[in-house]
Design a protein around this ligand. Structure first.
Ligand SMILES: Nc1ncnc2c1ncn2[C@@H]1O[C@H](COP(=O)(O)OP(=O)(O)OP(=O)(O)O)[C@@H](O)[C@H]1O
Ligand SMILES: [Zn+2]
Ligand SMILES: [Zn+2]
Length: 742
């Protein structure tokens, strides 16, 4: 490469200001993204240090006028440089502007003044304050007197409150501070969002199966084998204890740890365990922190005040300079994939970051993603299995109920006879019940309630989604057809859209079990802040007998009182219309079943479905991950879906529907002219949400076994787009190996 784009200021919101320099001969083979270099700046002969953002052969200016890079500022790549290199990797792999990628990895202190709560406290003993107070009263220094009097009454004052209620001015505050009488503490800055609870004196001694993993990871690390580890351990097999032991050994070496979890609110119990084990060295980042608070947490980490950072995917960018390990719990979760450009996968980005700094990555799940398990089978990851629960506690029993039979017997309620019978029994004995509606996606699918037949796309083998006017659409290739009036398989007229909501379920439960106390947890009831916690707490305090909810109720919670879990319609996630639907269904069902019987009484999970023969339901009921994986991988191979191949989506968005349609067609023509023969072009089609907030959306897919061909194509298109008048007006985003339906 001949040129380098350099950024000289990463401290402010000027990330998009890059400057181009010529790469001198002696740096040609050495220069890498993220390196710090010395460059001449402006005309005054100033020399600044900057970071290399991009290496390129495209000269953006007059080549003759470009100045050369003077030399390297440092030999290695420092922390900031590593994060910048990570941003460059994300931009290349997932597609975005460099500015978007940099903003993702380097949270910049916003220029807007953050709300900081400050506290005013006495800085001297009471007697001294009282003595001074008398003196001030004599001198009629009323403003100071008011403040001191208030501080003698209460230990601390909120600064903003004191301004309003006591007329505290900046001048008074300054004077009192100078006199050494008060202290103003900005408490939220660098404060831990959770108060550290008491630290666990003695961690558990690990069981041999757990210890074996810890030892092997350590031995491999010592031998320089830093391949990521994948721990496949059933729910309650002791994975979290393994993570904590690995982290403890990393901390002993003076290094730091990042722990990614899907969502703090849903995994709070796990977070508390880390606090008990590592005390105040732990801090968290969660989605409700403001940009400034998040920055403060990162700042604490940078200064060494935090050694273990826990949080959702953005915690991956914690600026630790001696990062030793990145743990990703529940690694199969869809929330690890970003929904904004760059649409990175935290798992992939973690592996990349770890590679740069010599850290190791530990992934864990009871239901690993097909992608990770396939990698482990290929030897890219090292696989560890924990097939048993701690102390050999029993796995829940599962029963599958065929809803087609129910219809044949004339039962049209949401509860099968078997589920109803078990519910009655549990309620009589005072047990708790969870009813789970695995709703997913937006558009319904069309199925036959008599035989379970689901209408699928003849080209893509995913279910068609019902849109307005009885039109059924494939979200991949755009195939359309009219919804049938009769089942093409059995001729029944009980064919139609499949819809169900938590509210209807809660109402049905109230009618079927008068007197039962019912709680509902879904998007509506948790919209308010703290809504989650309130509902979960009420349920764990046994203030309700039945909890009805969507997938948010199946994650991570321990409710020892729950002895029955009912999955009302497994089909809802199974026919979500995307190639990961079977995988997601398997994961949800296994997790839902895992909620039953956490206490001493063994639990039962009832799975109601119209497709009892579908492999993801059969294998989930048998809690047989291996069998599921084999079937699913065969499907992915046959259809060339990830991880058998790579799938790159192009999302097109515009307010103008007609222009968007024309643009999508134009893009297809353009793409077809340039794609290698190895790349298969699919679409354009309407995604699951074809209109969102008045913005129309289209999607085009490219499938290929070589990811490099797809990235190459993406780079080509990115260069091409500005030249295309029609296309340049749209918002176009790339998504490599999409996880969540668009
Ligand atoms: N070595 C040990 N000695 C005693 N108790 C243990 C040990 N390891 C784990 N436990 C306990 O067993 C239970 C399950 O362990 P843990 O939560 O680590 O499993 P997990 O696989 O992470 O579970 P999940 O998948 O549900 O998150 C916990 O209550 C934990 O405290
Ligand atoms: Zn039928
Ligand atoms: Zn199709």
């Amino acid at each position: 490469m001949k040129f380098a784009n350099i950024i000289v200021d990463i401290s402010l919101e000027k990330l998009d200001r890059t400057f181009q320099y010529r790469i001198p001969e002696e740096l040609q083979d050495i220069l890498k993204e993220g390196m710090q270099v010395r460059v001449p700046f402006g005309n005054g002969g100033r020399i600044l240090t900057g970071y290399v953002l991009e290496l390129t052969d495209n000269c953006e200016w007059d080549e003759g006028k470009l100045k050369p890079i003077l030399g390297l500022a440092e030999k290695g790549i420092r922390l900031e440089g590593q994060l910048i290199a990570l941003a460059a990797w994300m931009r290349r792999t997932y597609g975005s502007t460099m500015n978007q990628a940099l903003k993702t990895v380097l949270p910049v202190k916003k220029s807007v003044q953050e709300k900081i709560s400050r506290e005013v406290r006495l800085a001297v003993p009471r007697e001294e304050a009282e003595a001074v107070l008398a003196e001030m009263e004599r001198k009629h220094q009323t403003a100071r007197v008011r403040i001191l009097k208030a501080l003698l009454e209460q230990a601390s004052l909120d600064y903003a409150e004191a301004q309003k209620a006591l007329g505290l001015t900046a001048a008074t505050a300054r004077k009192l501070t100078e006199l050494g009488l008060i202290r103003i503490e900005s408490d939220t800055i660098f404060r831990n969002p959770i108060r550290p609870s008491e630290v666990q004196a003695h961690p558990f001694a690990l069981y041999p199966a757990q210890q074996a993993i810890v030892d092997d990871v350590a031995a491999r690390a010592a031998a320089g084998d830093l391949r990521p580890s994948l721990i496949h351990g059933v729910t309650g097999s002791g994975k979290t204890e393994v993570y904590m032991e690995l982290i403890a050994s990393v901390l002993e070496q003076g290094k730091e740890a990042i722990v990614l979890i899907p969502e703090i609110a849903l995994t709070f119990q796990t977070v508390l365990r880390f606090y008990r084990r590592f005390g105040d060295q732990v801090s968290i980042i969660h989605s409700k922190l403001s940009a400034g608070e998040r920055y403060d947490q990162f700042e604490r980490a940078r200064r060494g005040g935090v050694k273990v950072m826990i949080g959702p995917r953005s915690a991956l960018f914690t600026p630790f300079s001696h990062l030793g390990v990145i743990v990703i719990d529940e690694e199969h979760e869809g929330s690890y994939k970003s929904e904004n450009a760059p649409r990175y996968h935290a798992r992939e980005a973690a592996v990349e970051r770890a590679r740069m700094c010599g850290a190791f990555v530990v992934l864990g799940s009871a239901t690993p993603s097909v992608d990770s398990y396939e990698r482990a089978r290929e030897g890219v990851y090292q696989l560890y299995e924990l097939p048993l629960r701690i102390e050999n506690r029993a796995m829940p029993e599962t029963e599958v109920v065929d809803l087609r039979e129910e219809l044949r017997m004339g039962n049209r309620s949401v509860f099968s006879a078997r589920l109803k019978e078990l519910m009655e029994e549990r309620l009589r004995k005072g047990g708790q019940i969870m009813l789970f509606l695995n709703r997913r996606g937006y558009a319904g699918f069309v199925s036959c309630r008599a035989c379970g037949h689901v209408i699928k796309c003849p080209h893509c083998d995913v279910s068609l989604s019902l849109h307005h006017g009885g039109r059924m659409v494939c979200h991949y290739c755009g195939y359309q057809t009219q919804a049938p009036k009769k089942c093409p398989s059995c001729g029944s007229v009980y064919i139609g859209a499949f819809r169900a909501g938590t509210q209807q379920v809660a109402e049905a439960a109230a009618k079927a079990f008068p007197g039962a106390r019912i709680l509902r947890m879904d998007f509506d009831t948790t919209r308010q802040k703290g809504g989650h916690e309130r509902i979960l707490e009420a349920f764990s305090r046994k203030q309700a007998d039945i909890l009805v909810g969507t997938q948010m109720i199946v994650k991570g919670h321990d409710f020892p009182g729950v002895t029955l879990v009912g999955v009302l319609a497994a089909d809802l996630s199974l026919y979500a219309g995307d190639y990961r639907a079977a995988e997601r269904t398997f994961q949800l069902l296994v997790q839902a079943a895992g909620r039953a019987g956490r206490g001493d009484t063994p639990g039962v999970a009832v799975i109601q479905t119209y497709s009892p023969d579908h492999y993801s339901i059969e294998t989930a009921a048998a809690q047989d991950y291996q069998a599921f994986f084999e079937k699913e991988m065969a499907f992915r191979r046959m259809m060339n879906y990830p991880p058998a191949a790579h799938l790159m989506a192009l999302y097109l968005m515009s307010e103008d529907e007609e222009a968007l349609n024309r643009g999508a067609e134009r893009l297809k023509v353009l793409a077809a002219a340039h794609t290698r023969k190895e790349i298969v072009l699919i679409g354009p089609s309407d995604p699951g949400l074809s209109k969102l907030k008045d913005i129309y959306r289209k999607v085009l897919y490219l499938k290929c076994t070589e990811i490099a061909y797809l990235t190459e194509w993406k780079e080509w298109l990115e260069a091409e787009l500005p030249k295309e008048k029609l296309l340049s007006t749209f918002n176009i985003q790339f998504d490599m190996d999409p996880v969540n339906p668009f």
